[in-house]
Design a binder for this molecule. Structure first.
Ligand code: SF4
Ligand code: SF4
Length: 315
């Protein structure tokens, strides 16, 4: 990211680092905590040479509403700082995800930049349910993390109020017993499509003025918002870059799936090169919908050519 900052400055631009607030409770759920956390993780002006601007402001009220007129959303809401920027360099970590199979460029654009209210509308299709009620120890960790107050402990078991639940998925992630799973109100594909429709809105005024990088390294089975990290599932691939957000996502997915699974990872050793690693971890979730729907919306093409810059120093 520092290299990107330096490059923009050298071209006469005024770069800033950005992200939007999270829906779930935590240290990125408001603009102040978010900046403090970024600085703690090394993203300060002193280290990066650019300021941090949280795209949707202090309380996620600084967003723009953009008309998209699509299947799920007529309008989408995302951080105004991104909307008003002249251009966008989207830098994403490509990894697995509890609800979307995998997350990379498209998820970073849609869910990542959506306002909190937009995130809620995207997440409204998912709620927690027991995978195995007997596993619940009544530890109440899910109760503590649920900022919607949708969980209670009764008779030493968690119980969920789906009317209060806003579908952030935090309880599922934090449960130490892995007792919970997603209950889908609609097909999992709808969440993927809603994310893509928001990404479509984000890119609406960035035509020809955006570039996308997928860091296909430390490909963990779960999202980076969790407060732990499991072993990577495949060997590191490298960094993919493109002006086409669909091509860069398809290439990242293909290159992950072309790898053998790493031992001691969540992927069964029998799932060899060429087989889908993310579907092996979560068979019910077809994350590919993100890519196919983005192509259907005209955001780019799933076809790509890999140019290895390590081997092509004349480019
Ligand atoms: S975190 Fe898991 S084990 Fe603990 S109360 Fe909630 S569901 Fe039960
Ligand atoms: S019940 Fe779980 S998914 Fe629903 S709001 Fe609470 S933490 Fe989020």
């Amino acid at each position: 990211m520092k290299k990107a900052v330096k490059w923009v400055i050298a071209k006469g631009g005024k770069p800033f680092l950005t992200d939007s607030s999270t829906l779930y409770h935590g240290s990125r759920s408001n603009g102040i905590d978010h900046i403090n956390l970024a600085v703690e993780n090394g993203f300060s002006y002193a280290t990066m040479g650019a300021p941090i601007v949280i795209a949707d402001g202090v309380r996620s009220r600084d967003y723009v509403k953009v008309e998209v007129g699509l299947k799920h959303f007529k309008t989408v809401k995302y951080g105004s700082a991104v909307h008003h920027a002249d251009s966008l360099i989207c830098i994403s970590h490509f990894k697995g995800h509890l609800a979307t199979g995998f997350g990379g460029t498209l998820k970073n654009l849609g869910m990542g930049l959506g306002s909190r209210s937009a995130k809620q509308m995207m997440h409204a299709v998912v709620k927690p349910e027991y995978k195995d009620r007997d596993l619940c120890t009544g530890c109440a960790r899910c109760v503590e993390i649920c900022f919607a107050s949708a969980i209670k402990i009764a008779s030493k078991k968690a119980s969920f109020d789906h009317l209060k639940c806003i579908g952030c998925g935090e309880c599922i992630s934090i449960c130490p017993e892995r007792a919970l799973r997603l209950l889908w109100n609609e097909s999992p594909a709808n969440l993927c499509e809603k994310i893509v429709e928001t990404a479509f809105g984000v890119l609406k005024n960035k035509k020809g003025r955006a570039v996308f990088f997928n860091f296909v390294i430390d490909v963990t089975p779960d999202c980076d918002c969790l407060n732990w990290s499991d072993n990577p599932i495949v060997p590191n691939v490298g960094i993919l870059g493109s002006v086409d957000p669909v091509a860069v996502e398809q290439a990242a997915l293909d290159m992950v799936n072309a790898q053998p699974p790493l031992p001691e990872s969540e992927v069964d050793p029998g799932v060899g090169p060429g087989q889908d690693k993310f579907k092996a971890i979560r068979p019910g979730i077809d994350g590919d919908v993100q890519i196919s729907y983005a192509e259907e919306l005209g955001m780019g093409s799933r076809r790509y050519e890999i140019v290895n810059l390590d081997e092509a120093d004349d480019r």
